[in-house]
Design a protein around this ligand. Structure first.
Ligand code: FAD
Length: 361
């Protein structure tokens, strides 16, 4: 018998979950969402991401990112229409950030001898004359950068090819999704990939969700390699990173990581600081012409779906209004690593669904 599944959410988490679930022909899948690829909205994080792979998890929580790299690598190698290309990444550390208060100093990305050195290719420590001024050390490895404007629609296309049906819907309660399968039959399993929506969504109402606001400047200038630094002198909520997207997607200059800030409008003062820091760490971005040499495509703000205790990936049994239970598989709370953990998390969703089907049959 078919497993009727409704996936709530069409960001990278919902789409990748739907794609992996659709590989099993017993699963009949509908994706329902308020926002779909093509939309740019403050309630929709995925289009705003850079998006690259700079591992952020601790070693014990590294499963999601470890399991995602091989598939993103395969796409960068063999599937040009997915809009992903390889790029070297250089990560620079300052000693003073090891003890500074803030979110990023603690990121495992900046540890010496990080776990990911055995996962991402060509890892090496940089020599002293390769480290940019104002920094104490750094490393380099091969990573990749995703053009989200190409990749999200590509994911939709892959899902459509496998028979997934897409519908717009605004849910007030996660259990409402049960009635939204295109088959007309009640869903047995709902996948909750509503990200920050889970804060207010009935049946979930996870008040440990909060935005980690990210402001960026997208420019036409290109720069290689990608750069990320461990801290800035502009306050704990500001960051410096640069990545050039595949296939003419422009270069993302970042950024900020501001917990609890819901402001959707780009702050011009922050924008100037982002651009100044970018040309400081990478003067070649404008051929030495400073920020006047930047050709700005747009200023943007996205809200990373931050969860206090990290990712929620688990199955839950909920009682419906009709007195019948429905299983909800949660996959939300990815903060700033939704792409680089997407396939690992979607595999986790598939495991939860398989377990539910096994127990229920
Ligand atoms: P979202 O993309 O927010 O999707 C949520 C979906 O749920 C939407 O379709 C929405 O409409 C739907 N929804 C919510 N509530 C409801 C409701 N009540 N009814 C119906 N539908 C609902 N990640 C990386 O891996 N690498 C990076 O380099 C990177 N850089 C980033 C830079 C910035 C500036 C930002 C903002 C994020 C970055 N991220 C990066 C993080 C990444 O973007 C997120 O982790 C990821 O997009 C989260 O995806 P999601 O599908 O869980 O959520």
């Amino acid at each position: 018998m078919a497993n009727v599944i409704v996936v709530a959410g069409a960001g990278v988490s919902g789409l990748t979950s739907a794609l992996l679930l659709s590989k099993n022909k017993d699963n009949v899948i509908t994706v329902v969402a308020k926002h779909m690829p093509g939309d740019y909205d403050i309630e929709y994080a995925s289009p705003w991401a850079g998006a690259n792979v700079l591992p952020m998890a601790s070693e014990e929580n590294s499963r999601w990112e470890r399991r995602t790299w091989p598939e993103l690598k395969r796409l960068a190698e063999d599937v040009p229409e997915a809009g992903i290309h390889f790029q070297k990444a250089r990560v620079f550390r300052r000693k003073k950030d090891e003890t500074a208060p803030g979110v990023h100093p603690a990121d495992p990305l900046f540890s010496a001898n990080p776990w990911y050195q055995s996962v991402l290719p060509d890892y090496r420590e940089l020599g002293p004359n390769e480290v940019i001024p104002g920094h104490d050390s750094g490393c380099e490895f091969t990573s990749l950068c995703i053009n989200t404007a190409i990749y999200l629609p590509w994911l939709v296309g892959q899902c459509l090819k496998n028979g997934v049906v897409f519908k717009r819907a605004v849910l007030t309660d996660i259990r409402d999704a049960k009635a939204l399968s295109h088959t007309g039959r009640p869903a047995k399993i709902i996948v909750n990939a509503t990200a920050l929506g889970s804060l207010k969504l009935g049946g979930v109402k996870d008040d440990t969700m909060t935005p980690a606001r990210g402001q960026v400047v997208v420019v036409r200038n290109e720069y290689h390699p990608m750069i990320a630094t461990s801290g800035t002198d502009d306050g704990a909520t500001e960051m410096t990173y640069i990545m050039t997207r595949a296939a003419g997607g422009g270069t993302i200059l970042g950024g900020t990581y501001d917990l609890g800030n819901w402001e959707s409008v780009p702050d011009p003062n922050i924008a100037v600081r982002i651009m100044k820091r970018a040309v400081d760490v990478a003067p070649g971005l404008t051929g030495g012409k400073g920020i006047e040499g930047l050709s700005v495509i747009r200023h943007g703000v996205g809200l990373r779906p931050y969860r206090k205790d990290g990712l929620r990936l688990e199955a839950e049994k909920l009682d419906g209004d009709d007195g019948e239970t429905v299983y909800v598989v949660h996959n939300y709370g990815h903060a700033g690593w939704g792409y680089q953990g997407s396939y690992g998390c979607a595999e986790g969703v598939v495991e939860c669904v398989e377990e539910i089907v096994k127990v229920g049959s």
